[in-house]
Design a protein around this ligand. Sequence first.
Ligand SMILES: O=C(O)CCC(=O)C(=O)O
Length: 279
Amino acid sequence: MPDPHDPHALAVAADAGDADAAHRLAVLTAIGLGLPQDWRAALERLTHAAELGHATAGRQLALLSGGAGIDMAAWLNPPAPRMLSQGPAILAIEGFLAGTICDWLKDRAEGMAEPALVYDPETGEGRRESVRTNAAAQFALERMDVVLAVVRERIARAAGLPVPGLEWTQVLHYAVGQTFDWHVDWLDPALPGYAADLAARGQRIATCLVFLNDDFEGGETAFEAGSLRHRGRKGDALLWANTLPDGSIDRRTRHAGLPPTTGEKWVLSQWLRGRAPIG
Ligand SMILES: O=C(O)CCC(=O)C(=O)O
């Protein structure tokens, strides 16, 4: 495949019959990287990839259509949220994703999941920590597909934040006893190690979780504030603001992914900034 970030080279390769190039071009068009974002063109390119025999393009089209033609307006109009807490602002969105989409994301994450890391402000890299014993699959650009691009746009619409501000999506996996212990998602502006990242990308304004299964016990998402414990059904979302309306951090958002007591928990985790990285 040609340079996977070069839409022109990908278009030439796709026209010459390269199914992977056609799929990558569909993804770049869906997320607007290197060319204008355009859902109609993205779906046409995904259809082209399917015609060329791409391994998953046909399945992605079927998932997005749900058997009735792809209704992008519906995809980009998520269900209304229900407020669980006003301060901190925590919202539940029932029926955010269909079960088939949850299965797709979970199946893709299986086999990709690695021990989850925490952000090290000294190095700017991830590091292993006892606070996080679960596993995570990170969907950086090379692992992105059009289904995930649509899900990301739906999350951005639900949060009212721009798609370019979304960090790479993660799917978290918890076996029995594994946890993402008490933590906050905002980056502490008082720590010098976060300064460059905050200047480039801004604060993590919101977090969105989508529960990809529900056949486990325990495993609630817990907030210290109000002793809130939440477990969504498969396909439900949980969205909260890590910042206050004036942009400052909301210290009341300390939360944890509690350990499942039976079964395994799979959850999509999306951290949302306010803008694309600068520089
Ligand atoms: O898995 C959970 O319920 C919590 C995940 C979490 O804390 C996070 O993604 O920041």
